[in-house]
Design a protein. Structure first.
Length: 301
């Protein structure tokens, strides 16, 4: 059954999607947010580096955000997962996993990313708790602690160089033969970074808090935190099905206004930028909402 047309349909109702919705709701636009309720940071105990919300749980911030967005009666919430999308004469048609069909003049994707966990027992349970990705989000809480980095090659060198700002007790785990150059390895060693090439076979933890890494040779390394950046995929393949493009880094390509190459389609949040943080998601969502509203104004003027 086809539903009433919306000015904009936002797919994804976490920080970026809610921010876009607030901007559009305040612009007197009829907005639909479709969300499955599974934000990527749902396992993270605390969110940081976001003014006025520092230290709160992601769930607490989301609850407040949703409550505030709901005050704008032009915004409608719909639970579910979008399974299909297509261009129609006056906009776009979206279908959910329950068979509902909605039409909107514009689309905003705030669908995020899905992390692919490495095959290391304990890694997934610790992800977002003591296996962390961003020093700006979590580094202060584990400052000066025994810290590891799971990475290799050029990326490992740059990652380790960055993390030395937060701790001097740092070990780089290449999880197999190092692909660092001799110069890179020597530079890290002179900066006090230990390099271990032995493969990791498991992570000992309590409720997601690391105690030790278990190595292939039977040894164990005590740690408080482990930085890692696992591979990822886009959580939704609908943007690319509509013709949106992925950059070489795997993120949706957008311009400074969060516009994709497809007319009328915007994207924001983690799916568009490697700086995965609540603050960035909110910022990019605001921009997407404002740019979307500008297009609606221009079309109707």
């Amino acid at each position: 059954m086809n539903q009433y047309k919306f000015d904009a349909i936002i797919i994804g109702g976490s920080f970026a999607g809610l921010s876009a919705a607030m901007t559009l709701g305040r612009s007197l636009r009829k907005v639909l947010i479709i969300d499955a309720g599974k934000p990527c940071n749902r396992q993270t105990p605390h969110s940081h580096n976001f003014l006025t919300q520092d230290g709160k749980t992601p769930a607490e911030i989301l609850s407040i955000a949703r409550e505030q967005v709901a005050q704008y009666d032009m915004v409608t919430f719909q639970s579910g997962t979008v399974v299909a999308g297509k261009k129609v004469e006056l906009g776009f048609e979206i279908t959910t996993d329950t068979g509902q069909v909605f039409e909107g003049k514009k689309l905003i994707f705030a669908t995020g990313l899905t992390d692919i966990m490495p095959d290391i027992p304990g890694f997934a349970a610790c992800w977002g708790i003591s296996v962390i990705h961003c020093p700006y989000c979590h580094g202060y809480e584990v400052r000066n602690e025994k810290t590891g980095i799971l990475a290799n090659g050029d990326f490992a060198f740059e990652y380790a160089k960055m993390i030395t700002n937060w701790t001097k007790e740092l070990t780089l785990f290449t999880n197999g033969k190092s692909t660092l150059t001799a110069e890179q390895a020597q530079k890290l060693i002179t900066k006090g970074v230990n390099i271990i090439e032995t493969k990791i076979t498991g992570i000992e933890h309590t409720d997601g808090k690391i105690s030790r890494l278990v190595m292939e040779d039977g040894s164990k390394v005590s740690l408080e935190a482990l930085y890692a950046k696992p591979d990822f995929v886009q959580s939704s393949d609908i943007p690319t099905a509509l013709g949106c493009t992925l950059g070489k880094n795997g993120y949706l390509e957008v311009d400074l206004m969060q516009k994709t190459p497809i007319a009328g389609v915007f994207a924001c949040g983690d799916s568009t930028n490697m700086f995965r943080s609540v603050a960035f998601a909110v910022s990019s969502g605001t921009m997407a909402g404002a740019a979307c509203n500008k297009e609606l104004i221009d079309a109707g003027f």
